[in-house]
Design a protein around this ligand. Sequence first.
Ligand SMILES: [Zn+2]
Length: 364
Amino acid sequence: MYAGASLAGARKLCARTTDIAINWSGGLHHAKRGEPSGFCYVNDIVLAILEMLRFFPRVLYIDIDIHHGDGVELAFYQSDRVMTVSFHKYTGDFFPGTGKLDDNGHGAGKNFALNVPLLDGIDDDMYLTIFKTVIEDTVTSFRPSAIVLQCGADSLGSDRLGAFNLSIAAHGECVNFVRGFNVPLLVLGGGGYTLRNVCRCWTYETSVLVGVNIPNELPRTVYDSFFADSQWKLHPPLSGRVENQNTPASLQKIIVGIRHKLRYLQGAPSVAMQEIPPDIQGFLKEEERTMEEMEDEISTASAGEQRVDSSVARNEFFGGEKDVDHDSPPTPPHSRGTRGGYRRGRGNPGAGDGGKDEYLQRRL
Ligand SMILES: [Zn+2]
Protein backbone atom coordinates (compact mmCIF):
# COMPACT_ATOMS: atom_id res chain seq x y z
CA MET A 1 0.00 0.00 0.00
CA TYR A 2 2.83 2.42 0.84
CA ALA A 3 4.51 1.69 -2.50
CA GLY A 4 1.25 2.35 -4.33
CA ALA A 5 0.98 5.70 -2.57
CA SER A 6 4.50 6.73 -3.63
CA LEU A 7 3.73 5.66 -7.20
CA ALA A 8 0.49 7.63 -7.12
CA GLY A 9 2.44 10.67 -5.93
CA ALA A 10 4.97 10.22 -8.72
CA ARG A 11 2.19 9.97 -11.31
CA LYS A 12 0.58 13.17 -10.06
CA LEU A 13 3.90 14.98 -10.40
CA CYS A 14 4.39 13.58 -13.90
CA ALA A 15 0.88 14.67 -14.88
CA ARG A 16 1.67 18.12 -13.43
CA THR A 17 -1.49 18.00 -11.35
CA THR A 18 0.51 18.86 -8.26
CA ASP A 19 3.85 20.52 -7.43
CA ILE A 20 4.42 18.59 -4.21
CA ALA A 21 3.25 15.08 -3.30
CA ILE A 22 3.64 13.66 0.23
CA ASN A 23 3.58 10.04 1.38
CA TRP A 24 4.69 9.77 5.02
CA SER A 25 4.16 5.99 4.95
CA GLY A 26 6.78 5.63 2.19
CA GLY A 27 10.54 6.17 2.10
CA LEU A 28 11.66 2.58 2.74
CA HIS A 29 15.12 3.11 1.39
CA HIS A 30 16.94 -0.11 2.38
CA ALA A 31 15.03 -2.68 0.27
CA LYS A 32 16.99 -4.14 -2.64
CA ARG A 33 15.81 -5.84 -5.81
CA GLY A 34 16.69 -9.25 -4.41
CA GLU A 35 16.21 -8.86 -0.66
CA PRO A 36 14.30 -6.99 2.02
CA SER A 37 16.45 -5.07 4.49
CA GLY A 38 16.18 -2.84 7.55
CA PHE A 39 12.37 -3.00 7.99
CA CYS A 40 12.00 -2.33 4.24
CA TYR A 41 10.35 -4.90 1.96
CA VAL A 42 9.43 -2.97 -1.18
CA ASN A 43 11.58 0.00 -2.15
CA ASP A 44 8.79 2.44 -2.98
CA ILE A 45 11.36 5.16 -3.64
CA VAL A 46 13.00 3.27 -6.49
CA LEU A 47 9.59 2.46 -8.03
CA ALA A 48 8.54 6.11 -7.78
CA ILE A 49 11.78 7.37 -9.32
CA LEU A 50 11.48 4.87 -12.19
CA GLU A 51 8.01 6.22 -12.85
CA MET A 52 9.29 9.79 -12.73
CA LEU A 53 12.08 9.02 -15.20
CA ARG A 54 9.43 8.42 -17.85
CA PHE A 55 8.82 12.17 -17.88
CA PHE A 56 11.64 13.92 -16.05
CA PRO A 57 15.14 13.80 -17.58
CA ARG A 58 16.95 14.05 -14.23
CA VAL A 59 15.79 13.17 -10.71
CA LEU A 60 17.64 14.21 -7.55
CA TYR A 61 17.17 11.95 -4.54
CA ILE A 62 17.95 13.44 -1.11
CA ASP A 63 17.96 11.30 2.04
CA ILE A 64 18.06 12.80 5.58
CA ASP A 65 17.32 9.57 7.46
CA ILE A 66 20.16 8.80 9.92
CA HIS A 67 20.81 5.56 8.00
CA HIS A 68 22.45 5.45 4.60
CA GLY A 69 19.97 5.27 1.70
CA ASP A 70 21.69 2.17 0.35
CA GLY A 71 18.82 0.58 -1.61
CA VAL A 72 18.16 3.69 -3.66
CA GLU A 73 21.85 4.37 -4.19
CA LEU A 74 22.41 0.80 -5.40
CA ALA A 75 19.44 0.87 -7.79
CA PHE A 76 20.81 3.93 -9.59
CA TYR A 77 24.53 3.45 -8.96
CA GLN A 78 25.27 3.24 -12.67
CA SER A 79 22.84 5.91 -13.84
CA ASP A 80 23.57 9.54 -14.59
CA ARG A 81 19.85 10.36 -14.69
CA VAL A 82 19.44 9.94 -10.93
CA MET A 83 21.72 11.73 -8.49
CA THR A 84 21.50 10.30 -4.97
CA VAL A 85 22.67 12.32 -1.96
CA SER A 86 22.51 10.70 1.47
CA PHE A 87 23.28 12.40 4.82
CA HIS A 88 23.77 9.73 7.45
CA LYS A 89 25.71 8.44 10.40
CA TYR A 90 28.71 6.46 9.21
CA THR A 91 31.05 4.60 11.49
CA GLY A 92 31.54 1.43 9.44
CA ASP A 93 29.50 -0.75 11.78
CA PHE A 94 26.35 1.38 12.07
CA PHE A 95 23.56 -0.11 9.93
CA PRO A 96 23.70 -0.67 6.96
CA GLY A 97 27.48 -0.20 7.03
CA THR A 98 27.70 1.56 3.65
CA GLY A 99 27.85 5.20 2.52
CA LYS A 100 31.41 6.37 2.92
CA LEU A 101 32.56 9.59 1.29
CA ASP A 102 34.47 7.76 -1.43
CA ASP A 103 31.47 5.75 -2.70
CA ASN A 104 30.29 7.84 -5.59
CA GLY A 105 28.80 5.72 -8.39
CA HIS A 106 30.07 3.54 -11.20
CA GLY A 107 30.25 3.59 -14.99
CA ALA A 108 27.93 6.24 -16.43
CA GLY A 109 26.82 6.91 -12.85
CA LYS A 110 30.29 7.82 -11.59
CA ASN A 111 30.05 10.91 -9.38
CA PHE A 112 26.24 10.73 -9.45
CA ALA A 113 26.06 9.13 -5.98
CA LEU A 114 27.10 11.45 -3.15
CA ASN A 115 27.55 10.44 0.46
CA VAL A 116 27.81 12.71 3.49
CA PRO A 117 29.04 10.51 6.35
CA LEU A 118 28.52 12.13 9.77
CA LEU A 119 29.35 11.22 13.35
CA ASP A 120 27.22 11.08 16.50
CA GLY A 121 25.71 14.16 18.01
CA ILE A 122 25.66 16.57 15.06
CA ASP A 123 23.74 19.72 16.03
CA ASP A 124 21.35 21.97 14.13
CA ASP A 125 23.92 24.55 13.02
CA MET A 126 26.41 22.06 11.67
CA TYR A 127 23.79 19.92 9.97
CA LEU A 128 22.06 22.85 8.28
CA THR A 129 25.38 24.30 7.14
CA ILE A 130 26.54 21.10 5.47
CA PHE A 131 23.07 20.23 4.15
CA LYS A 132 22.50 23.59 2.50
CA THR A 133 26.01 23.80 1.09
CA VAL A 134 25.94 20.31 -0.43
CA ILE A 135 22.39 20.55 -1.78
CA GLU A 136 22.91 24.03 -3.22
CA ASP A 137 26.04 22.88 -5.04
CA THR A 138 24.38 19.67 -6.22
CA VAL A 139 21.29 21.42 -7.60
CA THR A 140 23.50 23.95 -9.38
CA SER A 141 25.55 21.20 -11.03
CA PHE A 142 22.90 18.57 -11.70
CA ARG A 143 19.91 20.84 -12.45
CA PRO A 144 17.27 18.27 -11.46
CA SER A 145 13.91 18.33 -13.18
CA ALA A 146 12.32 16.67 -10.12
CA ILE A 147 13.38 15.94 -6.54
CA VAL A 148 12.54 13.06 -4.20
CA LEU A 149 13.16 13.83 -0.51
CA GLN A 150 13.28 11.03 2.06
CA CYS A 151 12.58 12.56 5.51
CA GLY A 152 13.53 9.78 7.92
CA ALA A 153 12.87 11.14 11.42
CA ASP A 154 15.47 8.98 13.16
CA SER A 155 17.96 11.80 12.59
CA LEU A 156 16.12 13.79 15.29
CA GLY A 157 17.60 14.09 18.76
CA SER A 158 16.30 11.59 21.34
CA ASP A 159 15.57 8.92 18.73
CA ARG A 160 15.70 5.38 20.10
CA LEU A 161 18.03 4.17 17.33
CA GLY A 162 19.62 7.38 16.12
CA ALA A 163 22.30 9.46 17.79
CA PHE A 164 22.04 12.93 16.23
CA ASN A 165 20.91 16.09 18.00
CA LEU A 166 18.59 17.60 15.41
CA SER A 167 15.53 19.57 16.46
CA ILE A 168 12.25 19.26 14.59
CA ALA A 169 12.72 22.86 13.41
CA ALA A 170 16.10 22.07 11.82
CA HIS A 171 14.83 18.85 10.24
CA GLY A 172 11.94 20.88 8.85
CA GLU A 173 14.31 23.57 7.61
CA CYS A 174 15.93 20.96 5.34
CA VAL A 175 12.49 20.30 3.87
CA ASN A 176 11.85 24.02 3.52
CA PHE A 177 15.19 24.54 1.80
CA VAL A 178 14.46 21.82 -0.78
CA ARG A 179 10.95 23.19 -1.35
CA GLY A 180 12.55 26.54 -2.13
CA PHE A 181 14.00 25.25 -5.41
CA ASN A 182 10.46 25.13 -6.85
CA VAL A 183 11.08 21.84 -8.60
CA PRO A 184 8.38 19.09 -8.65
CA LEU A 185 8.87 17.41 -5.29
CA LEU A 186 7.97 13.98 -3.90
CA VAL A 187 8.28 13.95 -0.09
CA LEU A 188 8.47 10.61 1.69
CA GLY A 189 8.81 9.39 5.27
CA GLY A 190 11.34 6.80 6.41
CA GLY A 191 12.77 5.73 9.75
CA GLY A 192 11.92 7.18 13.16
CA TYR A 193 11.74 5.23 16.40
CA THR A 194 10.59 7.67 19.07
CA LEU A 195 7.10 7.70 17.71
CA ARG A 196 5.73 10.81 19.42
CA ASN A 197 8.53 12.83 17.78
CA VAL A 198 8.04 11.21 14.39
CA CYS A 199 4.44 12.40 14.23
CA ARG A 200 5.41 15.84 15.56
CA CYS A 201 8.12 16.10 12.90
CA TRP A 202 6.01 15.06 9.93
CA THR A 203 3.09 17.21 11.10
CA TYR A 204 5.39 20.22 11.21
CA GLU A 205 6.90 19.35 7.83
CA THR A 206 3.45 19.03 6.27
CA SER A 207 2.78 22.58 7.47
CA VAL A 208 6.08 23.72 5.94
CA LEU A 209 5.25 22.09 2.60
CA VAL A 210 1.78 23.60 2.38
CA GLY A 211 3.08 26.97 3.58
CA VAL A 212 1.00 27.28 6.75
CA ASN A 213 2.14 28.37 10.21
CA ILE A 214 0.89 26.12 12.98
CA PRO A 215 1.10 26.88 16.73
CA ASN A 216 3.56 25.21 19.06
CA GLU A 217 0.65 24.18 21.31
CA LEU A 218 -0.76 20.82 20.29
CA PRO A 219 -4.55 20.69 20.03
CA ARG A 220 -6.40 18.53 22.54
CA THR A 221 -6.95 15.02 21.13
CA VAL A 222 -7.53 11.46 22.33
CA TYR A 223 -3.77 10.97 22.05
CA ASP A 224 -2.91 13.59 24.68
CA SER A 225 -1.22 11.07 26.96
CA PHE A 226 1.48 10.45 24.33
CA PHE A 227 2.51 14.11 24.29
CA ALA A 228 2.46 14.95 27.99
CA ASP A 229 6.28 14.64 28.03
CA SER A 230 6.59 18.04 26.39
CA GLN A 231 3.57 19.72 27.98
CA TRP A 232 1.81 19.16 24.66
CA LYS A 233 4.27 21.11 22.53
CA LEU A 234 5.02 20.56 18.83
CA HIS A 235 8.69 21.46 19.33
CA PRO A 236 10.02 19.77 22.46
CA PRO A 237 13.73 20.19 23.28
CA LEU A 238 15.49 17.20 21.67
CA SER A 239 19.09 18.36 21.48
CA GLY A 240 22.17 17.98 23.61
CA ARG A 241 21.78 14.38 24.74
CA VAL A 242 24.69 13.05 22.71
CA GLU A 243 28.12 14.62 22.54
CA ASN A 244 28.89 16.13 19.16
CA GLN A 245 31.81 14.25 17.63
CA ASN A 246 31.78 16.24 14.40
CA THR A 247 34.11 19.20 14.06
CA PRO A 248 34.17 22.16 11.66
CA ALA A 249 37.31 20.62 10.15
CA SER A 250 35.68 17.21 9.59
CA LEU A 251 32.69 18.82 7.90
CA GLN A 252 34.91 21.01 5.75
CA LYS A 253 36.73 17.92 4.57
CA ILE A 254 33.42 16.40 3.46
CA ILE A 255 32.38 19.57 1.64
CA VAL A 256 35.71 19.72 -0.21
CA GLY A 257 35.32 16.05 -1.18
CA ILE A 258 31.77 16.57 -2.48
CA ARG A 259 32.74 19.65 -4.48
CA HIS A 260 35.61 17.72 -5.99
CA LYS A 261 33.17 15.07 -7.27
CA LEU A 262 30.68 17.65 -8.54
CA ARG A 263 33.40 19.25 -10.64
CA TYR A 264 33.55 16.04 -12.70
CA LEU A 265 29.93 16.43 -13.76
CA GLN A 266 30.79 19.20 -16.25
CA GLY A 267 27.18 20.30 -16.45
CA ALA A 268 24.00 18.30 -16.19
CA PRO A 269 23.78 15.30 -18.53
CA SER A 270 21.32 15.68 -21.36
CA VAL A 271 18.84 12.94 -22.07
CA ALA A 272 17.31 12.20 -25.43
CA MET A 273 13.75 11.18 -24.66
CA GLN A 274 12.28 10.31 -28.02
CA GLU A 275 9.49 8.22 -26.68
CA ILE A 276 8.02 7.73 -23.24
CA PRO A 277 8.71 4.21 -22.02
CA PRO A 278 5.69 2.18 -20.89
CA ASP A 279 4.54 2.39 -17.29
CA ILE A 280 4.28 -0.72 -15.14
CA GLN A 281 0.95 -1.80 -16.64
CA GLY A 282 2.34 -1.33 -20.14
CA PHE A 283 5.43 -3.26 -19.14
CA LEU A 284 3.33 -6.17 -17.84
CA LYS A 285 1.33 -6.25 -21.07
CA GLU A 286 4.58 -6.33 -23.01
CA GLU A 287 5.81 -9.23 -20.85
CA GLU A 288 2.57 -11.12 -21.47
CA ARG A 289 2.85 -10.58 -25.21
CA THR A 290 6.47 -11.76 -25.22
CA MET A 291 5.52 -14.94 -23.35
CA GLU A 292 2.80 -15.68 -25.90
CA GLU A 293 5.26 -15.12 -28.73
CA MET A 294 7.79 -17.43 -27.13
CA GLU A 295 5.21 -20.19 -26.74
CA ASP A 296 4.18 -19.70 -30.34
CA GLU A 297 7.83 -19.81 -31.36
CA ILE A 298 8.46 -23.09 -29.57
CA SER A 299 5.46 -24.82 -31.12
CA THR A 300 6.32 -23.52 -34.59
CA ALA A 301 9.98 -24.40 -34.31
CA SER A 302 9.26 -28.03 -33.56
CA ALA A 303 6.69 -28.44 -36.33
CA GLY A 304 7.62 -30.13 -39.59
CA GLU A 305 11.24 -30.82 -38.75
CA GLN A 306 13.00 -34.08 -39.28
CA ARG A 307 13.46 -36.20 -36.22
CA VAL A 308 16.95 -37.64 -36.77
CA ASP A 309 17.32 -39.94 -33.84
CA SER A 310 14.55 -40.44 -31.34
CA SER A 311 17.04 -41.70 -28.76
CA VAL A 312 18.67 -38.28 -28.61
CA ALA A 313 17.18 -35.98 -26.09
CA ARG A 314 15.66 -32.80 -27.40
CA ASN A 315 17.79 -29.70 -27.05
CA GLU A 316 20.96 -31.71 -26.72
CA PHE A 317 24.03 -30.14 -28.26
CA PHE A 318 26.86 -31.74 -30.16
CA GLY A 319 30.12 -30.18 -31.09
CA GLY A 320 33.66 -30.88 -32.28
CA GLU A 321 34.51 -34.49 -32.94
CA LYS A 322 31.16 -35.72 -31.68
CA ASP A 323 29.50 -33.88 -34.49
CA VAL A 324 29.51 -36.72 -37.00
CA ASP A 325 27.56 -35.37 -39.92
CA HIS A 326 29.38 -31.98 -40.39
CA ASP A 327 26.84 -30.99 -42.97
CA SER A 328 24.69 -28.40 -41.30
CA PRO A 329 25.41 -24.73 -40.93
CA PRO A 330 26.78 -23.89 -37.49
CA THR A 331 24.47 -22.63 -34.80
CA PRO A 332 25.53 -21.02 -31.55
CA PRO A 333 24.26 -22.73 -28.44
CA HIS A 334 22.07 -19.92 -27.15
CA SER A 335 20.76 -18.31 -30.32
CA ARG A 336 17.11 -17.43 -30.14
CA GLY A 337 14.60 -17.18 -32.91
CA THR A 338 15.20 -20.54 -34.56
CA ARG A 339 11.75 -20.47 -36.00
CA GLY A 340 11.41 -22.96 -38.85
CA GLY A 341 14.93 -24.43 -38.78
CA TYR A 342 18.59 -23.60 -38.40
CA ARG A 343 19.93 -20.10 -38.25
CA ARG A 344 23.47 -18.89 -38.62
CA GLY A 345 24.65 -16.98 -35.56
CA ARG A 346 27.71 -15.02 -34.51
CA GLY A 347 28.84 -17.67 -32.09
CA ASN A 348 29.71 -16.95 -28.53
CA PRO A 349 33.43 -16.15 -28.30
CA GLY A 350 35.08 -17.25 -25.15
CA ALA A 351 32.08 -19.15 -23.87
CA GLY A 352 32.11 -22.81 -22.90
CA ASP A 353 34.96 -25.27 -22.91
CA GLY A 354 35.39 -25.75 -26.65
CA GLY A 355 37.21 -22.51 -27.48
CA LYS A 356 35.94 -19.47 -29.26
CA ASP A 357 35.79 -21.00 -32.74
CA GLU A 358 33.89 -24.05 -31.81
CA TYR A 359 30.36 -24.13 -33.07
CA LEU A 360 27.73 -26.38 -31.70
CA GLN A 361 25.02 -27.94 -33.68
CA ARG A 362 21.53 -28.42 -32.45
CA ARG A 363 19.35 -31.37 -33.35
CA LEU A 364 15.69 -31.71 -32.63
ZN1 LIG B 1 16.74 5.10 9.45
